[in-house]
Design a protein around this ligand. Structure first.
Ligand SMILES: [Zn+2]
Length: 349
């Protein structure tokens, strides 16, 4: 068993979801299986083996440290019941376009908007897996102003209230789009654009851009560069906007999503986290099962460090030069780990 199965490892339907996760203990059990598929591993010393205490915590057989399944994950010290977390995650992952904090607050009948808002931001923060692979093959790259609700800002590179965002989209042969990446940019300088491309596109890829000078020099960075001139397109009587159809399609989907699901209520400081959610959804748009996406998000959540409230408030500001990912290509976590020797709910499912 190297691949999770519907109805066995994740719920197939809302009915199944409700039947599986009736209590916090049910949720804790599931998180334990996701975090330690081959049995308890001590986060303090790495020892494999220990026993479960009466209060549901674990005691390491090596160093004697006591810990809980949620300690050191995004559920660390949460005061929100796990059943509420699970329902939020189910709605977040199974809704085609996700869910806004306001609708989630209404659905969960939780009094505090802040609690729900922070819960959604914690879920968003796990979506970018460390060391995820970069885009490859033929990749369109462009920048676009995204965010804010003010209409009327035309294209071009003038500064506005919106945030300049780098967009990269894989083109598939003979047609269709592959994965995408989006990230706020400090500016449209070649330093920012080169950093965006090296951070999100594999060397050796063919990068298609417009004729902006900020994209010059990509060959020196190990790419095949195919600039397309707007002026030449205009001279040919073509619409320059059609030069990069993939990035323009993705940009307009992202803008529509921000205005639709989130009603445009996304501030600059948090835009990158919404973009991460959009990219996560876009890249899983062909996923047959939404339950599988629920499973993946919880899998990422138990592997992710705690996210402090003050870090969510501060937001992730665009950096002039984003960090370069490790050279080694990561595998999805589930492919790296040994096959689960005790599939979820074999007995009772
Ligand atoms: Zn230990």
């Amino acid at each position: 068993m190297g691949y999770p199965h519907a109805g066995k490892h994740y719920p197939r339907s809302l009915g199944e979801f409700r039947a599986w996760f009736q209590t916090d203990a049910d949720c804790l059990d599931y998180l334990e299986w996701l975090r330690w598929p081959a049995g308890f591993v001590c986060p303090a010393c790495g020892e494999q083996g220990g026993w479960r205490l009466a209060d549901a915590r674990f005691k390491c057989s090596g160093c004697g440290d006591r810990t809980s399944v949620t300690a050191g994950t995004i559920f660390d010290r949460t005061r929100t019941p796990l059943t509420v977390w699970f329902t939020a995650c189910w709605l977040f992952t199974t809704g085609k376009d996700g869910i806004s904090a306001l609708s989630l607050k209404r659905t969960l009948e939780i009094g505090s908007y802040q609690t729900v808002w922070a819960m959604l931001h914690r879920l968003r923060s796990v979506l970018v897996r460390p060391g995820r692979e970069r885009l490859a093959g033929i990749v369109e790259v462009d920048e676009s102003y995204i965010g804010g609700t003010e209409p009327g800002l035309r294209g071009g590179r003038a500064k506005g209230k919106k945030v300049l965002t780098g967009i990269a989209v894989e083109l598939l042969e003979p047609r269709g789009y592959g994965r995408c990446r989006m990230a706020p940019l400090a500016d449209a300088s070649s330093a920012s654009l080169h950093a965006f491309i090296t951070g999100h596109v594999e060397q050796g890829a063919t990068v298609i851009t417009d004729g902006w000078q900020g994209y010059r020099g990509l060959e020196k960075l190990g790419y095949r560069h195919e600039p397309r001139s707007q002026r030449a397109a205009r001279a040919r009587g073509e619409d320059p906007a059609d030069l990069l159809p993939a990035v323009h399609r993705v940009a307009s989907l992202a803008k529509r999503w921000l205005l639709g699901t989130h009603q445009g209520s996304v501030d600059d400081a948090h835009l990158s986290s919404y973009l991460n959610e959009f990219v996560f959804r876009f890249n899983r748009r062909h996923s047959r099962s939404r339950g599988m996406v629920f499973y993946r998000v919880l899998e990422l959540a138990v592997a992710h460090d705690p996210v402090r409230y003050r870090d969510i408030i501060a937001g992730l500001r665009p950096r002039a030069v984003p960090p370069t990912p490790p050279q080694s290509c990561g595998q999805p976590p589930s492919l790296e780990r040994p096959p689960a020797n005790r599939p979820w709910r074999t007995g009772s499912g």
